[in-house]
Design a protein around this ligand. Structure first.
Ligand SMILES: [Zn+2]
Length: 439
């Protein structure tokens, strides 16, 4: 598995010049290579054609190969305006220390090596942590960050991870929603049915961000420089917030999976996009009022919380903890009743509420989907300690809720995560997502 860590470099004036020169030289070389691409069919042929022809330029052979590979892989480009310097560890790049013990990145773009001090910031500490856990550096990309006005390096580290654990006893279904960031359901023989809504705050926060963004945008359109800067800051803040929350939620899910030895089940990404398109069409027959219209237009502006980042982070985190991640076919997960298994589009009453046409079961729709996902995962694992979509589900939960207080102390897992257990059995449970009025 691979990871990228961002570090900041602190070159002196002379080394800045060296780096700039090297970058310019590399860029020129890359541009001279472009016409040669037409004469070959494979990357190997390309290498044979140009490698010795341009050896006299004096690039480090590793660097030259990297440039050639990148040029060959880039499609439809007439001219490169910026080209990163790529180094491989330990041949053309190396992490080293000065005599005083300060970290430096030692690079050899041309004949000589340049050692550039590294800023010991959060990224650096993260790198040390990973090194401690047995990760190794294998390559890096050095370039000038125009906005930050700094030289930065993206350091790729890797580690061979052990295969996912075979001792899987249950599943955690994760439904990525918008009203709650993620609704999860744990299906496990020796744990209670744990259902949680994670990241309720994200939606509210994004609404706040969107409102603020709107205001600033209107000031900016009138020509305010201050507003333009504020808008820039706001965007950074929003991105930062989303990313942090994504990671926190993923950690929560993986922690639960580790404690309960469960697999994580998610829908594949394409399916989510499709589902969302449908979910967010406002299928009301009445004409929307002015207020509703305004609300909708703000909603449309909401950046969807970065679910693809979330899913990739979740997957990699699970991998590191030896938790298998199962992707399932997302079809019908939101239309199926999690009590009786009836499939109908009509059961989706509003965005938040699911009411089964067949058995009248009412449930928050994200929760309904996450249950179905966890069951689909169970059946794909070949585990079925109680059959999915059978009526035993409701009897299970009601018998459970009556006996809950007595058994509670026997569970290893903190009980606070089991929520709304009592309202669950009478079938009228509504989560935070179902605040939309019922028609
Ligand atoms: Zn039903």
């Amino acid at each position: 598995m691979e990871k990228t860590i961002r570090l900041t470099l602190l070159p002196s004036r002379k080394k800045r010049k060296d780096l700039r020169d090297a970058q310019e030289k590399v860029r020129e070389f890359a541009n001279t290579l472009i016409p040669f691409k037409r004469r070959v069919k494979t990357g190997k042929e390309f290498h044979h054609l140009v490698y010795y022809r341009f050896k006299y330029l004096g690039f480090h052979s590793q660097l030259q190969e990297n440039i050639q590979r990148r040029v060959y892989a880039t499609k439809k480009v007439r001219r490169f305006t910026q080209f990163p310097l790529e180094f491989n560890f330990p041949r053309s790049g190396k992490l080293a220390q000065t005599e005083r013990g300060n970290p430096v990145l030692s690079l050899s773009p041309l004949k000589e090596r340049i050692a550039i001090p590294i800023l010991q910031d959060g990224g650096w500490r993260k790198l040390k942590e990973y090194e401690h856990r047995g990760w190794e550096e294998h390559s890096c990309r050095v370039f000038y960050h125009r906005r930050k006005k700094k030289w930065v390096v993206h350091l790729n580290i890797r580690k061979k991870l052990p295969p996912p654990s075979q001792e899987i006893e249950g599943t955690i279904g994760v439904d990525v929603g918008r009203k709650v960031a993620a609704a999860i359901t744990l299906n496990h023989p020796s744990f209670p049915l744990i259902e949680r809504y994670l990241g309720k705050d994200i939606v509210w926060k994004q609404y706040q961000f969107a409102k603020r963004r709107r205001k600033l945008q209107s000031y900016k359109d009138k020509g305010s420089k201050k507003a333009r800067r504020a808008l820039k800051r706001l965007k950074m803040k929003e991105k930062n917030y989303n990313q942090t929350r994504c990671e926190q939620i993923a950690h929560e899910i993986v922690d639960l999976a580790v404690t309960t030895r469960s697999a994580i089940v998610i829908e594949n990404i394409k399916g989510i996009k499709k589902k969302w398109r449908k979910r967010h069409s406002y299928g009301s027959k009445r004409k929307p009022t002015k207020k509703v219209k305004k609300l909708h237009s703000i909603r449309r502006e909401l950046n969807s919380w970065s679910y693809s980042y979330f899913l990739s982070f979740l997957t990699s985190l699970a991998q590191q903890n030896r938790i298998p991640v199962i992707t399932i076919d997302p079809r019908y997960t939101s239309q199926t009743c999690s009590r009786c298994g009836h499939i109908s589009k009509k059961s989706r009453v509003t965005r938040g509420l699911y009411r089964c046409v067949s058995c009248g079961f009412e449930v928050n729709s994200d929760r309904n989907a996450s249950r179905n996902i966890s069951w689909k995962g169970l059946s794909s694992l070949g585990l079925s300690f109680y059959s999915s979509w059978s009526s035993s589900f409701s009897s299970f939960s009601s018998s459970f809720s009556s006996s809950f207080p007595r058994e509670r102390k026997n569970f290893l897992f903190p009980v606070s995560v089991v929520e709304e257990r009592s309202t669950f059995s009478n079938g009228s449970m509504t989560g935070p997502g179902s605040s939309t009025p019922r028609p």
